[in-house]
Design a binder for this molecule. Sequence first.
Ligand code: P6P
Length: 341
Amino acid sequence: MSNAPNAAPLEYHELSIASRDNLLTLQSHILAEASKHPGSTGAFSWILSAISLSTKVIAAKVRRARLQDVLGSAGSENVQGETQQKLDVIANEVLLRCLGGRGGVALVASEENEQPIIIQRASGHGERYCVLFDPLDGSSNIDTCAGVGTIFSILRYEGGEPEQAILQCGAKQVAAGYVLYGSSTVLVLTTGHGVSMFVLDPTIGAFLRVADALQIPQTQKIYSCNEGNRLTFEPGYQKYLDWAQQNGYSTRYSGTMVADVHRILIKGGVFLYPPTKKAPDGKLRLMYEANPMGMIIEQAGGKAFARKQRILDVQPKTLHQRTTVILGSTEEVDHVLKHLG
Ligand code: P6P
């Protein structure tokens, strides 16, 4: 690259890569996606922007939790009968506050609230959406500084009473994503056209895109499962675990779905939460854990099943219903399904 006086103008490809790679923020990505839908009102973009803002606030609170004495139990239980961590309540309130002010939101539903919350019953025009979320997945791991996350799912609001309007199968999601508060703060998003990944740069307070059109490896000898429940698994799952261990598989399990699924998205493998004696229908929630994760994994070229049924085809009956989960690399999911008979 010449800087000599009177040198010919530079071509863009002659610039050094460092000055050429464009800094693409989540905001720019959202606007670029919106520009592909000329008739859009921008409501969908506003919702994604609210989720971006919320998760930046949650990330800041998670990282200072021990310093600000917001670790541990809030002394209350959520609708699941699970002890709420202080940060569960805080994260939930942050999301409700940020989404509550956005015009395109008709309803929100949270793991922490028994019923959907009506934001705007009717508006003059344009698309409106239902936003579902698990505000702080794996929060019991906060005290040990392990990864925790936020999971979200976006459906169209197609009218009707909230309790029914929100009960749509996962295949009708218009967007899904999660934020992992791990060694860095990573946001993974799909709007149905592939999977993009962003990392929060705390020095500028922006999510920067680091990958687009993410593809999950088709195979990887890693399974992620809480084997403490193994003796209560149905025989097919136990046969799979025997087969995997006889074929040199490794196991990785953190107890936070977002962290375990993110590892599988990046490295491949299979995550499974089989039925157990304590959770005969599975432990994970269909609407705001399995469905969004299922959409992301499928968009990345993987599979997501509840026993022998595609998770995104399951017709929900209640907002907080639970499901079993087998998701990850196509070949690895097939190995599990083969043993279920
Ligand atoms: P177990 C966290 O409580 C969670 O909902 C998921 O994030 C995680 O995958 C699962 O439960 C862990 O459940 O029974 O293995 O502790």
